[in-house]
Design a protein. Structure first.
Ligand SMILES: [Zn+2]
Length: 310
C-alpha cells in the first residue's frame, strides 16, 4: 500500500476507526514500505459481511444467490508471533451429547458425551470459577489484547446435533454459560438435527453461530464451485436465520490447509477453528486449536486436561 492508496482507504473508514488508522498510516508514510513478511502480516485485516445488506428478495429467495458483501478493513491484526505468544484460552469441542448405545464403537465414544458426563463437566467448570467467553471475546483478546474474565473457556459444538440444543444448552443455561455452535446447513431440520428456529434461539440468547460448511466435506479438497456450495451459500443461509454476520468457521474433521485462508477471508470470516494440530506460524487466527472432550472424562479429568493442555 503506498501513501495515496492509504489515504484513499482512510477516507472510507468510519470515524471511530480513524484514530487507529492514522497511527497505521503515519507508520506507512514514514517507512514507505515494509519487508514482505512484515507488511503482509500488518495488512491482514478483519472483514465482515452483514445480513442487513441483503435485499428483501435475497432474503426470501435462496436461488437468487449473490456473494455476501464484504466491508472495508476494520482492525489491523497484530503479528503472528504476538498472537502465538499469548496464553491460550482453553477451547473445548463437543459433538453428540447422548448416552452410549451398544452399537457405538470405541472410537465413536470419544465423540459422544453422555448427558451425565456433560453435566458433571459443566458443574466442574462452574464450581472452579471458569467463565465461558464468546468467539468475539476470544478474537478481541487475540487481536487487540482485550481483557478476559478470570479462568476463561470457550465451549464449541460441531455438526448441528439436536442434543446440543435439547441437552447441552439447558445444562449450560444453569450456569449462565454461552457456547459457539458450528452448523452444517445440509442437516437443518432433518431428524436428530437442529432446525432453523432452534439455531435462531441459540443466537438470540447470546451464543455464537458459526459455519461448518454445507455437508461436511474436507476443505483441503475444494476447488471451483465447491467454495460457493460449501461456504457462500451456507453463510448466507445462516445470516438469514440469525440476522447476524457469520464470521467464524470450523473445518470439518478439523482438516485445514493454508490455501483455505484467503478463501475464508474474502468471504468475511475473521477466524477459523481446527482441532489439535499445531497452528500455522504465519496466520494462527485461521487455525485456532481446540480439543475434543471424550465422553469418558469426568469433571476432574477435564480439569486436569485444561490445566495441562492450554
Ligand atoms: Zn464436524
Amino acid at each position: 500500500m503506498n501513501g495515496v492508496e492509504a489515504l484513499s482507504w482512510l477516507k472510507s473508514v468510519p470515524m471511530k476507526l480513524k484514530l487507529l488508522s492514522c497511527c497505521f498510516l503515519l507508520f506507512i508514510l514514514s517507512c514507505q514500505s515494509f519487508p514482505d513478511d512484515i507488511s503482509s502480516e500488518l495488512n491482514q485485516t478483519t472483514t465482515a459481511s452483514f445480513a442487513g445488506n441483503l435485499t428483501a428478495s435475497e432474503k426470501t429467495n435462496e436461488s437468487s444467490f449473490v456473494p455476501a458483501i464484504v466491508t472495508p478493513p476494520a482492525t489491523v491484526v497484530p503479528r503472528a508471533s504476538e498472537i502465538l505468544g499469548k496464553k491460550q484460552v482453553p477451547i473445548l469441542c463437543y459433538h453428540q451429547i447422548r448416552d452410549w448405545k451398544p452399537t457405538d464403537s470405541k472410537v465413536s465414544r470419544t465423540y459422544i458425551v453422555p448427558p451425565a458426563a456433560f453435566a458433571a463437566q459443566m458443574r466442574m467448570l462452574a464450581d472452579n470459577g471458569y467463565h465461558t467467553i464468546t468467539a468475539d471475546q476470544l478474537y478481541a483478546y487475540l487481536v487487540t489484547g482485550a481483557r478476559l474474565p478470570a479462568k476463561p473457556i470457550l465451549l464449541s459444538f460441531d455438526d448441528t446435533d439436536l442434543d446440543q440444543y435439547t441437552v447441552a444448552y439447558p445444562e449450560m443455561k444453569k450456569y449462565g454459560f454461552k457456547g459457539m455452535f458450528f452448523i452444517m446447513t445440509v442437516s437443518l431440520g432433518k431428524p436428530h438435527y437442529m432446525n432453523r428456529e432452534q439455531v435462531r434461539t441459540l443466537s438470540d440468547d447470546g451464543n455464537t453461530i458459526g459455519s461448518h460448511t454445507w455437508d461436511h466435506h474436507n476443505v483441503k479438497k475444494y476447488e471451483g464451485k465447491d467454495w460457493i456450495t460449501q461456504l457462500d451459500k451456507p453463510t448466507k443461509q445462516l445470516e438469514q436465520i440469525t440476522g447476524k454476520s457469520i464470521r467464524y468457521f470450523a473445518y470439518p474433521f478439523g482438516l485445514w490447509n493454508t490455501a483455505a485462508f484467503p478463501e475464508l477471508k474474502k468471504r468475511g470470516f475473521i477466524a477459523a477453528f481446527q482441532l489439535n494440530e499445531k497452528p500455522d506460524p504465519i496466520d494462527p487466527l485461521f487455525c485456532i486449536r481446540r480439543i475434543i472432550v471424550p465422553g469418558t472424562w469426568n469433571g476432574g479429568v477435564l480439569q486436569q486436561w485444561i490445566l495441562r493442555d492450554f
